[in-house]
Every structure is written in C-alpha cells, then in structure tokens.
Design a protein around this ligand. Structure first.
Ligand code: PEP
Length: 255
C-alpha cells in the first residue's frame, strides 16, 4: 500500500478562534470518509497548538509545529524548544521551510542540528528542500538539492533515515499558484529517492517524500499518483477546509 501523508502548513495565519473552527470543519468533513488510510496532519502557529490539541483530541488528525529551536531550554529569547512542543503532543515538526531559509537566514547546518534534536525527542522532522527559480534556470537544481540533503542529513544513520520526512518544495512554486509540472516533480522525486537509496541503502526506500508548492484540488490527483510522491505539504489550500478535504479524498482514492 502506498504511504500517504497530507500535511497542512498554516504558516502565520489563524488566531485561536479560527484555528479551532478550521479543526472543527476538518473533523466534520473527515467523518464522511470512513477508515482513513492516509495520515492527515495540521501545523498551526505555536500560539494555537494548545487549542488545536484540545479540538483534535481522540481524532485521526495529527498536529505539529512549523519550526523549533534545537537547544532544549535556556536564554534564547523568542524561541520554542522541542520539549515544549513534545509536551503539547506535537508529533511532527516542519524544518527548513524555504520561508525560514529566505527570511530568517536558516542554514543547512542549523537545519541539521534541528533534525538531530527532533529525532532524539521521538518527533518526526519534515525537512523541506527545494531550489529557487534562479537556481532552476541556471541548471543547479540538483546540486542545490544535494547540498541541502547532504548537510541537512549529516550524521544521520541509515536506521534513522526513515524516521524523517523529506518535503520537496521548489521555492518558485510556493504560494504562487504555479505548481511544478508532473515531469518536474517526477524528475526531482526520483532524484531524491536515488540519492537516499545510494546513501542509506534499503532504508532510503521507505522515506516519505512529500511534494509542496501550490498543491490544490485540481492538480492533487496527477501529482499524488506519481511514484515516489507520498503526499503533500500544503500551504494556502490547507486553510480552506473544503479544498484540504478534497486533497485528502484524492489521496484516499490513490492508496
Ligand atoms: C508551503 O508553505 O509549504 C506551501 C507549499 O505553500 P503553498 O501550498 O501555498 O504553495
């Protein structure tokens, strides 16, 4: 059976009330689908994790965070630690999102520290990688992916690799309404799978690979059907319950 993870990245959207409502709408929609085979995840802003946890209690929807700091506690004003997120019941943490790389100068080295600390806590990291438009146009897509994977996964042993989710998110496709084409996604995911298999052997085969970048109810079927695409990381469309539910339905029809 194909593994499928449909993950919503709410980014810096929703307040406590709106997060609750969004969860309630998703729960209503999901009761109409029986025995979910896909994993469904939502990642609200830090301030709304508690209400999301309360609202989703005993449901099939998982929740996680959009970032973290790698130190467990201390004088790091404004940061949120992994133990804090673990205490709130988060089971996934997105790291290395292109917006964090671009606007908050996150480096591959810092992302690697986060991957290791998250794994040590028993939470699943979702490590985002992807090239900018400039990098694609200068034919450096695969050297960028190679750098991001090599540094981001430094010191990860083969037995740990399948505890990490990798999200391929071409930066030019994020929030633009222009998703990568089927060919581009196929090419990138095949390349990533080969990289993982070469480096980690058979363990690399079972890593969940997500596609992210303007995924919506129109393109979900084609993109999620591709080999080596095990779901999506969804920004804008995850804020619209109908669209997010329709993507989940598509994933269910593919498994
Ligand atoms: C994202 O934020 O990871 C993302 C893929 O956004 P969008 O779906 O809006 O392109």
């Amino acid at each position: 059976m194909k593994k499928m993870l449909i993950a919503g990245n709410w980014k810096m959207n929703t307040n406590v009330v709106q997060s609750k409502k969004l969860c309630e709408d998703l729960l209503v929609g999901l009761t109409q689908m029986n025995s979910l085979k896909s994993k469904v995840l939502v990642c609200p802003p830090f301030t709304n994790i508690q209400i999301v946890s309360d609202t989703l209690k005993n449901s099939v929807i998982l929740y996680g965070a959009q970032n973290c700091y790698y130190e467990p506690q201390g004088a790091f004003t404004g940061e949120i630690s992994i133990p804090m997120l673990s205490h709130l019941g988060c089971t996934y943490i997105i790291i290395g999102h292109s917006e964090r790389r671009a606007y908050f100068s996150e480096t591959d080295e810092a992302i690697n520290k986060k991957v290791i600390a998250i794994l040590n806590s028993g939470i699943t990291p979702i490590m985002c990688i992807g090239e900018t438009l400039e990098e694609r146009q200068s034919n450096s897509t695969f050297s960028v992916l190679e750098r991001q994977l090599t540094i981001g996964l430094n010191n990860i042993t083969p037995d740990k690799i399948s505890d990490i989710v990798i999200a391929y998110e071409p930066v030019w496709a994020i929030g633009t309404g222009i998703a990568a084409t089927t060919e581009q996604v196929h090419e990138a995911h095949t390349w990533i799978r080969n990289y993982l298999t070469e480096k980690f052997g058979q363990f690399g085969q079972s890593v969940i690979l997500l596609y992210g970048g303007s995924l919506n109810s129109e393109n979900a079927d084609t993109l999620l059907k591709l080999d080596d695409v095990n779901g999506g990381l969804i920004g804008g469309a995850s804020l619209k319950p109908d669209v997010f539910l329709s993507i989940i339905k598509t994933a269910e029809s593919i498994i």
